[in-house]
Design a protein around this ligand. Structure first.
Ligand code: NAD
Length: 340
């Protein structure tokens, strides 16, 4: 297939582009580089051995999106583009709703206008809200989210479900990621957050290279084995493989829209992850215990059995591999991707 990857210069998108090329698909990318750097492209091309066409514009621009579909052959779309920082979304809700919803509207409109009916969407475990039983299952109906960011995922899932049902032949996979971490095993591409990392793994990796002093663990009195929060960390290479599996499954899907959890099914605590990274980097990583953070859930992980069975996919990489690959990326690129 010739696949348009929106947000393909970002963290998960870039790894997925490589997995798509490796599986024999043709790829073109649209990204406005609002949260990524153009220097990633040369590395993706070196790793894949292919030239990767990039369209550098903002998808909320309806005219440019239309023109792209009018001039390029596109068989399917994987839609990663969007803002993703939970805290920032609370401070700037309008920017989040506008970017994440408008980019989806432009894309879905252009798809409908040009007869493109296959779509894979980046959703999140955040749509399970605060009350879903653990492990999370796709059959849980009461989707909700505490932050504007999470609400955009709930809303886009709803929009795409309605559009898929209304247009004959549409097939949409809603992929609910758990906690993506890790890097390409080459150490050439990986997660490169701008500013202070919001997520645990890049924060730990930046302590290991000396960019941050110490980790503040938000609470150690949760009802978990060591008292710190547990999450389902999934290697970005496993996640990328999940996108290829979902894309290739769309043609044989019975219903117009289906949600899939992409997770491992296992929870790992903050301290377990920190200690695994100490082993991988062979250095001591300082931490202090701080207060609980409002809104944090004690522990959750995926029931990935639907994706295991229907997509014939499963996450195979361990926490130790995740840490080894992240360390290779961060130690080779302590400041992330170069500006030029
Ligand atoms: N990383 C996670 O922990 C996580 C978890 C669950 C879901 N997701 C979702 O997965 C997707 C990808 O996440 P990521 O971690 O790779 O994020 P990322 O920020 O690294 O990648 C997103 C890319 O989209 C681009 N972009 C943003 N808005 C755009 C627009 N309007 N037009 C064109 N390009 C635009 C950015 O420049 C960036 O390169 C996002 O939708 C995110 O919400 C991520």
């Amino acid at each position: 297939m010739r696949v348009l990857v929106s947000g393909g210069a970002g963290y998960i998108g870039s790894h997925t582009v490589l997995a798509l090329v490796a599986a024999g698909h043709d790829v073109l990318v649209v990204d406005d580089f609002s949260n990524s750097k153009p220097t990633i492209i040369a590395r993706m091309e070196a790793l894949s051995g292919k030239s990767i066409p990039i369209h550098g514009f903002n998808l909320t621009d309806v005219d440019k999106t239309e023109r792209l579909f009018a001039t390029e052959q596109i068989d399917a779309v994987i839609h990663f583009a969007g803002f993703k920082a939970v805290g920032e979304s609370v401070a700037k809700p309008l920017e989040y709703y506008r970017n994440n919803l408008d980019s989806t509207f432009s894309l879905a409109n252009a798809m409908a206008n040009h007869g493109v009916a296959k779509l894979v969407f980046s959703s999140s475990a955040t749509v399970y809200g605060e009350k879903a039983p653990v492990p999370y299952q796709e059959t849980y109906e009461y989707l909700s989210a505490a932050s504007p960011y999470g609400q955009t995922k709930v809303m886009v899932e709803r929009v795409l479900s309605d559009v898929a049902k209304a247009h004959a032949g549409w097939k949409v996979a809603l992929l609910r990621y758990f906690n993506p971490v890790g890097a390409h095993p080459s150490g050439e591409i990986g997660e490169d957050p701008q500013g202070i990392p919001n997520n645990l793994m890049p924060f730990i990796a930046q302590i290991a290279v000396g960019r941050r002093d110490k980790l503040v663990v938000f609470g150690d009195d949760y009802p978990t084995a060591d008292g710190t929060c547990e999450r389902d960390y999934i290697h970005v290479m496993d996640l990328a493989a999940g996108h290829v599996a979902a894309l290739e499954h769309l043609g044989s899907m019975d219903e117009p829209v289906r949600a899939f959890n992409l997770g491992t099914g296992v929870g790992t605590s903050v301290l377990e992850l920190l200690h695994a990274f100490e082993r991988a980097s062979d250095r001591k990583l300082p931490y202090v215990v701080g207060d609980r953070r409002p809104g944090d859930l004690a522990a959750y992980w995926a029931d990935p059995s639907r994706a295991n069975q229907e997509l014939n996919w499963r996450a195979t990489r361990t926490i130790d591999e995740i840490c080894a690959d992240t360390w290779r990326w961060q130690s080779k690129n302590p400041q992330g991707f170069p500006d030029s």
